[in-house]
Design a protein around this ligand. Structure first.
Ligand SMILES: Nc1ncnc2c1ncn2[C@@H]1O[C@H](COP(=O)(O)OP(=O)(O)OP(=O)(O)O)[C@@H](O)[C@H]1O
Length: 254
């Protein structure tokens, strides 16, 4: 399974160094954390990895091959999936259909075959549907399969977004604040799912405001502050690092 690496990655918005020479790694089979106060540059990092934003400097590689100049759809095809801080679902489609959209990357029979209703396409659809149900069961969402996604509670919409992101079995998945707005029971359930995904070989990058959740779950944590990587390593040690404590003082208690 491939590793995702950032080498001296920078993003400047005019004179603002939103991300300043950041290096980090998301290895396979592990949960890696990225934390930092508001405006630290976390979303900018995720947007650069996923091809939404161009880099100002540096390189991003998957399995040693640069994806730094690839468009978002190409990065996804190369096995890097993501969720968004602001949920992006098809609100009027069912939960099942929203998850099915996630299989597009692995579509084997092709769009034309789908349109013509050829047997190969029908086989794909059947297979995807079975896999979608597996995901719904894993995320305890099977009772909601036929609900319109837009009518679900916020925490459940987040789950649909995650299922869609991992449907195509990406090598790496970037989760932008996955437990925001969830209660302890819900976030514990997700923690279990994330561990299972990592155990299956997937590399997870968890971008979170919830420091407790990250320290509990991650093998390694990176801390951004004002665009710079101020600490990285074992979560317990990182959260006690004086620079990290100082960065969080005065923020809204996250
Ligand atoms: N498109 C943009 N144009 C100009 N400045 C931007 C743009 N996007 C982000 N910034 C700035 O870059 C810095 C980093 O923002 P970013 O959203 O990456 O931080 P963050 O760590 O994700 O914050 P939060 O936790 O609040 O989501 C901020 O100062 C922000 O105002």
């Amino acid at each position: 399974m491939p590793s995702l690496k950032l080498e001296n990655v920078a993003k400047h918005f005019g004179g603002l160094k939103a991300v300043d020479k950041v290096s980090m790694e998301v290895p396979p089979g592990e949960i890696t954390g990225l934390i930092g106060p508001n405006g630290a540059g976390k979303s900018t990092v995720v947007n650069m990895i996923s091809g939404v934003l161009a880099l100002t400097e540096g390189d991003i590689t998957v399995d040693g091959v640069s994806v730094a100049t690839d468009r978002a759809d190409i990065v996804a095809r190369k096995g890097v999936a993501r969720t968004f801080q602001n949920i992006r679902l098809l609100p009027e489609a069912t939960v099942l259909d929203n998850v099915m959209i996630g299989f597009h990357r692995r579509e084997e029979a092709g769009v034309l075959a789908q349109m013509l209703g050829l047997p190969a396409a029908r086989r794909d659809t059947k297979r995807f549907e079975e896999k979608a149900w597996d995901l719904l069961r894993r995320f305890r969402m099977e009772d909601f399969a036929e609900y319109e996604a837009g009518n679900l509670a916020y925490g459940h919409q987040r789950r649909v977004e995650m299922m869609r992101a991992i449907a195509a079995e990406p090598d790496i998945v970037l989760l932008d604040e996955p437990v925001a707005g969830m209660n302890d029971v819900e976030s514990d359930e997700l923690a279990t799912i994330f561990r299972e995904l990592a155990d299956s070989g997937m590399g997870l990058l968890l971008i979170e405001h919830n420091v407790g959740f990250v320290t509990r779950l991650c093998k390694k944590v990176y801390v951004l502050d004002s665009g710079r990587m101020i600490a990285s390593g074992d979560p317990e040690a990182v959260v006690r690092d004086p620079q990290v404590v100082a960065a969080y003082i005065g923020t809204s208690g996250h």
